[in-house]
Each structure stands twice: as C-alpha cells, then as structure tokens.
Design a protein around this ligand. Structure first.
Ligand code: GLN
Length: 189
C-alpha cells in the first residue's frame, strides 16, 4: 500500500486526507521533516502560501522536501502548494523551486475570490472536472520539460513535470477524486 503525506502546517489538510482514505491510500498528516522518510509522496495543500512558507522554514522542511524530491518521490501542490513548488514567483523569491514554471499569486484578481469551472483535463478523460478556484494563483509560463494539463483561456491551471504535479485549483474540494487518482497512479514510484 502506498503512503502519502499531507503537509500539515496550515491550510486544507483534512480534506486531502479524506480523499486519500476514499482511494484506500494510507494518508499521514506531516508535521515534522523526519516523517518524510516513510512516504511515497507528499501533498502541499492550499492555504496561505506566505504562512506555510514561514512554518516550513521554521521547522526545517525546505531542505528536507528538496531532498525528498531528488529521491524521485511524488509531490502534489494545490493552490498555495503550487506557489511553493514553483521555480519562479512573480514579485517574490521562489520557495522550493521544484517545477520549472512562473506563478502569479492571486492571478484571477480580487473580484474573483472563489468560483467553480468545468475544466477540460484530457489526462483525466472526457468528462469535465469540476474545479474549485479560491484566490487561486495562475501559471503564466512553463519550461520545456513541463506538461500543461489544463488551461483557463490562455492561463495554465494544471501542470506536471516528472513526479511533480501542480494545480491552481482545489481538487480535494470538488468531490471528484480523479486528479488525486492521477497523482497516485502517475507520480508515485
Ligand atoms: N492566494 C493564496 C496564496 O497565494 C493561495 C490560496 C489558496 O491556496 N486557496 O497563498
């Protein structure tokens, strides 16, 4: 059985653990870097990226997650987690720098705080994915090794590079578990 951790410093932790249990994957709330040793993959959830980043620095997660990624473990960043995984953040220094893309925080503007869209995500099949965006970031550019999985107009909202998967939306809140199934099936070894 695969074991997947959810970084449990701030943000949507329980919701991800619920999806994992629906998919019969062992889910662990990760509060200390040592816990990474037991995992096949790690989810960095949505929340407030500045707050999560400060706590990651305080508890020694930055180097630990970089080492985890260099061992080819899976990483899935949703919303704030995408911001933290990106190699470039507009007007800010990058945090983990583990996927070659440039992110714009709050990319949909303040007037669009939260909304749901039926998204075409070809790797998940024909049925549209009900994607929930909450003060979501946007990916405004990706490097050549990155696969674009979904777009809203010209903006990228889901991407994958090797074992690293990112979404600007919150797949754990939509009741449709296909994005998590994709992570478990494709990004874990
Ligand atoms: N806007 C938040 C940030 O940049 C992310 C919002 C979310 O994760 N739902 O940190």
């Amino acid at each position: 059985m695969k074991t997947v951790g959810v970084l449990a410093l701030q943000g949507a932790v329980t919701e991800h653990l619920n999806v994992l249990s629906r998919l019969q994957v062992r889910g662990i709330a990760v509060k200390k870097p040592e816990q990474l040793n037991d995992l096949d993959g790690l989810i960095i959830p949505g929340g407030e990226s500045t707050a999560i980043r400060r706590l990651m620095e305080r508890y020694g997660f930055i180097e630990a997650i970089k080492a985890f990624a260099s061992n080819n473990k899976g990483l899935f960043g949703t919303c704030a987690g995408l911001v933290l995984l990106a190699e470039r953040i507009e007007e800010e220094e990058a945090c983990l720098g583990l996927i070659d893309c440039t992110v714009r925080r709050n990319g949909f503007g303040r007037q669009k705080e939260s909304f749901e869209l039926d998204l075409d995500i070809p790797v998940l099949g024909q049925k549209a994915f009900p994607a929930l965006f909450i003060r979501a970031p946007l990916i405004i550019q990706v490097g050549s090794g990155v696969d674009v999985l979904a777009k809203v107009e010209d903006n990228i909202v889901a991407a994958r590079s090797g074992n690293v998967l990112v979404t600007a939306f919150h797949p754990e809140l939509s009741g449709d578990d296909r994005m998590m199934e994709y992570f478990i099936g494709e990004c874990l070894r």
